[in-house]
Design a protein around this ligand. Structure first.
Ligand code: GLY
Ligand code: MN
Ligand code: MN
Length: 510
């Protein structure tokens, strides 16, 4: 809500500002052209999501902050990204409206009015216009007016300064719930206000106060859980955004493929790969949806290798796990494992083909009626079969024994992660859904999930065949559950070892 306490405010570069200078800066600006001329396409879908939220919490005031700017160092902020629940319920995408708060204000008839509190455009006669380095128009650009936001999003707009009073005006009578992790400062202030409001009426003991705080946290958790689960079935607009994200991601992968010889020749090749993908992501969309994993050789066996500091050598595989986040913040999450010189070695191909077979089994399990966990079960069985064939499971442990959840699981030495997760505005979407709603739930049309088995043989893994050591492979696709099965949204990106080799030849010949 306020300028972060962490942010330093050095005086050593401050300069005096006279009234004459203020007046001079305030004059002779051309009239502003309207920033917004029509409602966004996303607004209609966001309204339907807010209706679902309203129906679930009649009579409650619901507070969904965008979150604030985050300090990168000293007085320099990261590019702003709103909280995913805020983006989902407003349709506001990328670098928009730090500190804004969506409030679902209860009405007597059980519905809610959607009100967006934000910091609107400041006049050119204000100090903020030229002197506020964090929010001023001279420094970070113009913001929308209240009228702009009301037209763009179809919600009521209010100045952020009105929020603090409005949110707690009747906190003793109305249940106020907040998405706690979106804006820690705001949540702390709201906690204080809510607790004070409900405990000042009578002399209340400390035990009662802490019970009240637990109640608050529980009420907030119910809201967070609802909003996370609300994203599980994608509407037609979200599916279209995901298609755009996947199409842009394909362009990023093809730019990397075109540059593989360059990445090898230049040295520090992982950085080159990360940079080339990032350039396309920034050009085609908002940027990358998560830090790209550009992992060559043995680095591919480190699951979250985002340092990308290594070499890419002729003969290496490069595992590229990357996704473009489009302007609406929906992101793809795709992995291809590519031979740097265009051709898999025998050992690389053997591992790659095993992972491909596991992915095919996982994909075949993506259909309504199957459970989410069936996808992993199908893929991991194929992984286990290959490990058994290669003689890597312990003596006396066969496929069924390693798949035993209580006493087996030896295969996890080589594939420790799950095969799937939901995907959307967050790369790991719907993270607060319960096990019953997620892992144990039936797949339903409109869900989008990844299918991403892998095999990872570390260079120092003495249980692995020597030829396999230092090879990591993952193949990851983004899949939409349909009425009668699934659609692989990333099917245009080749997957078999032969098709990947042909793809590299084709792209590099362009
Ligand atoms: N890129 C993160 C994941 O695949 O889950
Ligand atoms: Mn993934
Ligand atoms: Mn991934």
């Amino acid at each position: 809500m306020n300028v972060s306490e962490e942010q330093q405010k050095p005086e050593n570069r401050a300069r005096p500002t006279t009234d004459e200078l203020r007046a001079f800066i305030a004059e002779d600006w051309a009239p502003r052209t309207p920033g917004v001329t029509e409602q966004t396409e996303a607004a209609r879908y966001a309204a339907a999501r807010r209706d679902a939220l309203s129906a679930a919490f009649p009579g409650d005031r619901l507070v969904i902050p965008a979150g604030g700017l985050k300090v990168r160092s000293n007085d320099t902020d990261y590019v702003f990204r709103p909280h995913s629940a805020f983006a989902h319920l407003t349709g506001l995408g990328g670098d928009r409206e730090p500190d804004a708060v969506l409030v679902m204000e209860p009405r007597d008839d059980g519905t809610h009015e959607a009100v967006l509190y934000f910091r609107p455009l400041a006049g050119r006669d204000t100090d903020e216009f030229f002197a506020d380095t964090r929010y001023g128009e001279f420094w970070v650009g113009a913001r929308p007016t209240i009228e702009d936001i009301e037209l763009e999003l179809g919600v009521s707009g209010r100045h952020l300064d009105e929020f603090a009073d409005a949110v707690v005006k009747d906190a003793g009578e109305v249940t106020v719930r907040v998405v706690r992790d979106a804006d820690r400062d705001l949540t702390r202030q709201l906690d204080e206000a809510r607790t004070t409001e409900s405990t000042t009426q009578a002399g209340v003991s400390e035990a009662t106060q802490s019970a009240d705080q637990e109640d608050l946290a529980e009420a907030d958790d119910e809201l967070a859980h609802f909003l996370s689960h609300l994203r599980m079935i994608k509407d037609e607009w979200e599916i279209e955004e995901m298609r755009k994200a996947v199409a842009a991601t394909r362009l990023g992968f093809e730019a990397v493929i075109a540059d593989l010889p360059e990445a090898v020749a230049k040295g520090r090749g992982e950085r080159w790969v990360e940079g080339v993908f990032g350039l396309v992501a920034r050009h085609e969309g908002n940027g990358v949806g998560y830090d790209s994993i550009a992992a060559a050789g043995d680095h591919a066996t480190t699951l979250h290798w985002i340092k990308n500091t290594g070499e890419l050598r002729d003969g290496d595989l490069i595992l590229l796990d990357a996704g473009v986040e489009v302007d609406s913040l929906f992101t793809a999450d795709i992995t291809r494992t590519l031979p740097a010189n265009g051709t898999f070695s025998d050992a690389q191909r053997e591992i790659y083909d095993a992972v491909y077979a596991a992915q095919e089994a996982g994909l075949a399990a993506v259909k309504p009626g199957n459970k989410f966990s069936d996808v992993h079960a199908a893929a991991i069985r194929v992984i286990a079969e290959h490990l058994e064939k290669w003689g890597l499971l312990p003596d006396g442990v066969d496929v069924e024994a390693t798949l035993d959840k209580e006493h087996g699981q030896y295969h996890r030495r080589w594939m420790v992660h799950g095969t799937s997760h939901h995907l959307g505005i967050d790369v790991h979407d719907c993270a607060l859904a319960t096990r019953e709603e997620y892992m144990d739930a039936e797949l339903k049309p409109g869900m989008i999930l990844t299918v991403e088995p892998g095999l990872y043989f570390k260079a120092d893994d003495l249980k692995a065949p020597e030829a396999f050591r230092g090879i990591g492979v993952r193949i990851e696709d983004d899949v939409l559950v349909t009425e009668d099965g699934h659609e692989n949204l990333s099917a245009a990106m080749p997957r078999t070892s032969a098709d990947v080799e042909a793809w590299i030849r084709e792209v590099q010949a362009r």
